[in-house]
Design a protein around this ligand. Sequence first.
Ligand SMILES: C[S@@+](CC[C@H](N)C(=O)[O-])C[C@H]1O[C@@H](n2cnc3c(N)ncnc32)[C@H](O)[C@@H]1O
Length: 356
Amino acid sequence: MHGLALLAACSEPTTLRALVDGVAARSRRDFAEIAATLMLLIDNGLLLGAETPLQKTDQGTWAHFPTHIGLLDDELRTKQFLAAIRAQVTADDVVLDIGSGTGVMAVGAALAGAKHVFAMEASAMAGTVRELARANGVADRVTVLQGWSTRLELPTRATLLVTETIGNDPLGEHIVDIVADAKKRLLTKDARIIPHELSVYAYLASVPDELADYHRFGAGNTGRWSRDYGIDFGVLAHVTNQALPTSLEQREAASLLELSEPVLVGGVDFGSTLPLITPFALVAKSAGRFDAVVSYFEVALAPGITLSTRPSIASPTNSWLTRLWLESTPRWVAAGEVIRLQARFAQSSIVIEPTT
Ligand SMILES: C[S@@+](CC[C@H](N)C(=O)[O-])C[C@H]1O[C@@H](n2cnc3c(N)ncnc32)[C@H](O)[C@@H]1O
């Protein structure tokens, strides 16, 4: 509660002393307790010193080059988005690129002949978009706006939206909210959207012990620790945390045995609202050990142009991590056995869980 009081008291610049004294007097809390909370708010970037440059508020790793190098190195992702842009852009289009990063999509749209491109980027990467546009001779048709799209305005509504704000949890970067806000304020009524549809699939998988041991407390690792440290770790093998998926790199995800065919568990058509809970059934195609459910997504970018992150067919340079929902206790299933699960869609996450 005094954390909120501290934030409220900072709606105008104030000195540390006045802030702590004021909140301490009002909340009747200890000075030290208030000061500790204040330091926590400052350390986490929620409160800034008056002299702190605004760049410091850049979110997480988005301003870091390696993140964007990984994205551009994902050749299939980048080529498919650029192909969709080329297929969609006409000379009459005003394009909006939300989450521009290096500017690859914005510059791609300008080179494809768009009348004008607005590139919105929250982080300091906005500077690279300007550089890229200049170097490619399209600076006069690319306007860069630094900030969150939900807080920015456009002088005119865009006719085509491009946004690669798809996370490892595909909804984790708030693409649903971003598109909904853009449709309300920034796009024409009949604007096209790249991607226009996102589908989530799931299948049963067997996970090699060695890999599973990195991600779950099981008989293997707890037995080893019990022997190594003389402490009985066996109890941890029964501890579950199924609500949290683990994430695998492409190479690891592709090495898993698919124990069932994937089924569509739901998705987002950016023209409609999300279903909240979808039950689904996975049928084992052969006998085997059911260790986990794998979920992945596909996006429809333009007619005939899609991108799939299904581990067995995704590009080796796939920059998205694959979601793995590990069972706490692996079990053997017979061919034809049916496992019933449900997918729960929230605004910014998808959870795969047992049916309720
Ligand atoms: C996955 S990266 C994609 C970068 C680039 N479009 C590409 O495809 O290589 C997402 C970028 O979107 C930015 N971003 C996320 N949400 C945003 C929003 N609502 N408004 C502006 N930028 C956003 C992040 O800072 C990040 O640079």
